[in-house]
Design a protein around this ligand. Structure first.
Ligand code: TYD
Length: 194
């Protein structure tokens, strides 16, 4: 099974990916992330998240990293019967590079067709108020200093992706009051009824 977590920075998806990965006592689980996941992609990640890069060049870089990640880690793990949990994947590219930075969604889709990606079986999109999320995010990367309108567009992008892909995407509403363990329970229930 291939499970991805998506959402804007500060939405709590990294915490939820880890909590879910710790739950599968009788399965081999691979917890991975994007940008990153392989030796090459983790090296490029540091540069990508801190440098100003032409947005199309950046898109190509993200796709190149994803291709490597698919071939070297995700597909072999799935073929070996493991559960793969990935913190961010294709929907982040559509939401950030497409809805956020304004790159054509058609171009993003065409490039993904070239690398022949496998879509996740389940995607959890953690949806949260932008101001609340940015209070939690710690300005660790270049996106986290972008303005509210950028993040509102990215958030709307994730909501649109969810509406278009109901067969795999589940929106999980994050509020100030909901604890990580309550959200985790909702996620676990969704995984187990599949
Ligand atoms: P993330 O790992 O969530 O950051 P952090 O280390 O702060 O928890 O993601 C890194 C950033 O990369 C995030 O701001 C979103 C961005 N990103 C894209 O813009 N496009 C993509 O395709 C991916 C995978 C990430």
């Amino acid at each position: 099974m291939f499970i991805t977590f998506e959402g804007i920075d500060g939405s709590g998806k990294t915490t939820q990916s880890k909590l879910l990965a710790d739950c599968f006592a009788y399965h081999d689980v691979v917890l991975t992330r994007e940008p990153g996941g392989t030796y090459f992609a983790e090296k490029i990640r540091k540069i990508l998240l801190t440098s100003e890069i032409d947005r199309t060049a950046e898109l190509l870089l993200l796709l190149s990293m994803r291709q490597e990640h698919m071939e070297k880690l995700i597909l072999p793990s799935l073929q070996a019967g493991k559960i793969v949990i990935c913190d961010r994947f294709i929907d982040s590219t559509i939401a950030y590079q497409g809805y956020g930075l304004g790159i054509s969604l058609e171009l993003i889709e065409k490039l993904h067709n070239l690398i022949n990606i496998k879509y996740p079986d389940i995607t959890f999109i953690l949806d949260i108020d932008v101001k609340l999320a940015l209070q939690r995010a710690q300005n660790k990367n270049k996106y986290e200093v972008m303005d509210l309108s950028f993040y509102n567009n990215v958030r709307k992008g994730f909501q649109t992706i969810a509406a278009k892909n109901r067969h795999r995407c589940h929106i999980i509403k994050e509020t100030e009051k909901a604890s990580s363990s309550q959200i985790h329970n909702t996620i676990i229930n969704m995984v187990s009824i599949r």
